[in-house]
Write a new protein. Structure first.
Length: 329
């Protein structure tokens, strides 16, 4: 009798969790995600009875509602267990197509892409992604190869009132990024060792799709945080951080600081390889010198300050753009 009761309880739990998974996917399909994205798909199959939740979503499509962008992906497979219904592992492999009415599309081939997703109250709270040997076609006259991609996304809207703590965090790391083209010089074929990016957002999330979401975020004192930008290529290193918010006209205001190392040595290396003329290298050096100041503490390092204020975007006091109000994320 006990075994039968347990079996019935497990069966009922599996059916309940399977129904909730279908309801969540249907909810994502029926209404915009974060107020900006539309999700659609073909068949949804759920298997794994009695303990597993194995979900297969065929022909997934993610589109940006306000723009003409959409992504078509291969079959997406999601795996979970009934005693941990809010956390899933996912995987996919194959061809991802990005299409746009305004430009030629991209084709991304991924041998394997996997990660985890955590959901609470049908809302995404955490997601991770990892992929290797990614090939991107449709970039001008060449292609791009990326050795590795890692990403982490955390959403914590309950922290909205604490302006010293992020309500959203995004971390992205790319390794071994190389352009593949017969038109590139030998030195330019050297891969970018890494690009690391860490972003944060404080205040109430401004992407709920309502007309006043950005205004509410600004009035609450919300900020966009560049916690880290790090790029390394052929002895050239760029690092940066900064913060911006919105002014009374919803224009960006804030400041970013960037640190550039190894510029002169890199320019000389390109000259020696025959990929850059001495005249053009000198011109590049002059332009960057105009937009930077030497760091007295680190020989060879250049400091670049970027400021947004009163509708003006300046780099070391040089006006580079006039800023307009932001109307959406």
């Amino acid at each position: 009798m006990t075994a039968l009761t347990l079996s019935l309880a497990v069966s009922a739990l599996w059916l309940i969790e399977a129904h909730q998974v279908k309801a969540t996917i249907a909810d994502w399909t029926d209404r915009p995600l974060a107020g900006q994205f539309a999700f659609s798909h073909a068949a949804v199959e759920i298997d794994g009875f009695p303990f597993q939740l194995d979900v297969s979503i065929s022909e997934p499509v993610l589109a940006v509602i306000a723009r003409s962008y959409h992504w078509h992906g291969p079959v997406l497979r999601v795996h979970g267990v009934i005693w941990r219904p809010n956390r899933f592992d996912y995987e996919t492999a194959g061809r991802v197509e990005h299409a746009s009415n305004d430009a030629d599309g991209l084709v991304i081939n991924v041998p394997a892409l996997r990660g985890t997703v955590e959901i609470a109250d049908r809302i995404l709270r955490h997601a991770s992604l990892r992929a290797e040997s990614v090939h991107i076609g449709g970039i001008g006259s060449g292609d791009m190869a990326v050795g590795g991609v890692e990403a982490l996304l955390d959403l914590m809207p309950e922290r909205a009132a604490d302006l010293k703590t992020d309500t959203a965090e995004l971390k992205l790391s790319l390794q071994a990024i190389a352009l593949v083209s017969d038109q590139l010089g030998s030195a330019f074929k050297e891969p970018i060792s890494k690009i690391d990016l860490a972003l944060g957002l404080t205040g109430p999330p401004p992407w709920d799709g309502t007309p006043h979401a950005l205004t509410r975020w600004r009035d609450a004192g919300g900020t966009f945080e560049l916690h880290e930008l790090a790029l390394a290529w052929s002895g050239l290193k760029l690092e940066g951080d900064g913060t911006f918010a919105l002014d009374d006209q919803l224009r960006p205001e804030g400041a970013f600081a960037f640190r550039l190392d190894g510029l002169q040595a890199t320019l000389q290396r390109l000259i020696d390889a025959g990929d850059l003329s001495p005249e053009f290298a000198e011109l590049i050096g002059q332009h960057i010198a105009e937009l930077s100041v030497p760091d007295d503490r680190v020989p060879g390092r250049l400091l670049i300050g970027v400021t947004a204020q009163d509708g003006r975007l300046t780099v070391q006091d040089h006006l580079v753009d006039v800023l307009t109000p932001i109307t959406g994320p």
